[in-house]
Design a protein around this ligand. Structure first.
Ligand SMILES: Nc1nc2c(c(=O)[nH]1)N[C@H]1C(S)=C(S)[C@@H](COP(=O)(O)O)O[C@H]1N2
Ligand SMILES: [Mo]
Length: 416
């Protein structure tokens, strides 16, 4: 963020210089592997039509919460699925690795986009129905945003970043601003809420304050440069930047402008019926996660490492990330990589020279509103509950995730 090249100075000052006589890089120049016994990848029609990753890359999603019912289950129902954040680079989650949140376990609607319609009705001057073709003729916007399920929480028995934080992902979304559609329909004076409905059995409906609907919601048909995937709501979904995942209605088919808060299946747990305060209450707090090194990974030995992680907040852009390599006793600013987009995952890095001793790594972030990510101890103190092994952060968990690096290089969840 700071353009005065703080990174190089911090790198040198931090004593993390590569010149420590350490073991990075080859001892003598060796040419990279030539196609050996494995040979070359043969072209196929499938490979030409739609590319695949290397067979040596095996990062995959897992059912969430860990140890829960399998997904898909024996009937093919899809439940919650977590993204492998420990393997992530940059800020975009590939569509095929994006987490999946399914409120009740569902077969995915298999929607023919030519038959799909979006209806806008209720307290409007002109109820409207759009085809996908009509939506795509309207002025579009493309923005990078995270989605995070409110169930994304950490605790001592979760081992990896995927198990503690895998119910969030970040993608580039393309669609029509909801405000354009609502203005076209003409919202009647003072209508305070909208209710949005999906297509499958639990509808994925939620009450959303009108102020948020007009501010930055998106009716999205594109994701990471192509059409939405079925698991993300093909052919149309609502994006409610920074709000809990459950508001981001997939398979969107109906938006009703209403005169009051409606209690829907999804609103279990959301009882803020005042539209002015709801907006803050539904927001994901400032949150960060070290993805490398993280639980389950192994450091091959002492020496230089770039600690890498993700930070995000429902309150806007990330303005600062700090890292501690001594269990929270001292903190230093991390480098924010690229631009910190609003309500988007933001990559940070921190140069570190590991001395081979057992230690604990933590990160914490601050957003553009000045909100600072709390520790678990601070959350426990706030709710006046004891911080023990059975402590669970009540509600949405945005507490600091500590990772313990053991002297043998193995990395573990340090929540105890
Ligand atoms: N129609 C519909 N929309 C839905 C859901 C659903 O089950 N059905 N799940 C919600 C929940 S709980 C979350 S966390 C997000 C997850 O979005 P994703 O599956 O694209 O990651 O979608 C929301 N929208
Ligand atoms: Mo969710």
């Amino acid at each position: 963020m700071d353009s005065k090249r703080p990174d190089r100075r911090r790198f040198l000052k931090g004593g993390a210089a590569l010149a420590g006589g350490l073991t990075l890089g080859a001892v003598e120049p060796v040419v990279g592997q030539l196609p050996g016994p494995e040979g070359f990848i043969k072209g196929t029609d499938e490979l030409i039509a739609y590319g695949e990753r290397s067979r040596f890359v095996d990062s995959v999603r897992i059912a969430h919460p860990p140890g829960s019912r399998p997904s898909p289950d024996e009937f093919g129902l899809v439940f919650h699925v977590a993204a492998p954040l420990q393997d992530s680079v940059g800020v975009i989650t590939p569509s095929s690795l994006h987490f999946v949140g399914t409120t009740r376990g569902s077969f995915m609607p298999d929607i023919d986009p030519r038959k799909h319609r979006l209806m806008i009705h209720g307290m409007v001057d002109r109820p409207l129905t759009f085809t996908m073709e009509e939506l795509k003729r309207l002025p579009s916007v493309t923005r990078t945003h995270f989605i995070e399920c409110a169930g994304n929480s950490s605790r001592s028995d979760r081992r990896t970043a995927q198990e503690t934080h895998g119910m969030t992902s970040c993608a580039e979304w393309t669609g029509v601003p909801l405000s354009v559609l609502l203005e076209e329909a003409g919202v009647k004076d003072g209508a305070p809420w909208i209710v949005c409905e999906g297509t499958e059995e639990v509808k994925g409906s939620s009450s959303i304050p009108m102020a948020k609907a007009m501010e930055d919601c998106l009716v999205a048909y594109g994701m990471n440069g192509e059409d939405l995937r079925p698991q993300q709501g093909f052919p149309l979904r609502l994006m409610v930047p920074g709000f809990e995942g459950i508001f981001h209605t997939k398979y969107l088919r109906r938006i009703k402008v209403v005169d009051r808060y409606y209690m829907t299946y999804n609103d279990y747990g959301h009882l803020t019926q005042d539209p002015d305060t709801a907006a803050l209450g539904y927001q994901i707090g400032p949150k960060s996660l070290i993805t490398f090194p993280s639980g389950g990974q192994e450091l091959p030995g002492r020496g230089f490492y770039e600690i890498s992680g993700l930070a995000w907040s429902g309150g806007g852009a990330i303005s600062r990330v700090e890292v501690s390599t001594d269990g929270g006793r001292s903190w230093s600013d991390a480098e924010i990589k690229g631009s910190a987009n609003r309500m988007a995952h933001t990559r940070f890095g921190f140069s570190w020279n590991w001395d081979g001793q057992e230690t604990e790594l933590q990160s914490r972030c601050t957003d553009e509103l000045g909100q600072v990510q709390p520790s678990r101890a601070q959350v426990a103190e706030f709710f006046e509950v004891p911080l023990g092994p059975s402590f669970r952060v009540p509600g949405r968990d945005n507490s600091i995730q500590p990772w313990r690096v053991a002297s043998d290089g193995s990395v573990h969840n340090a929540i105890s």
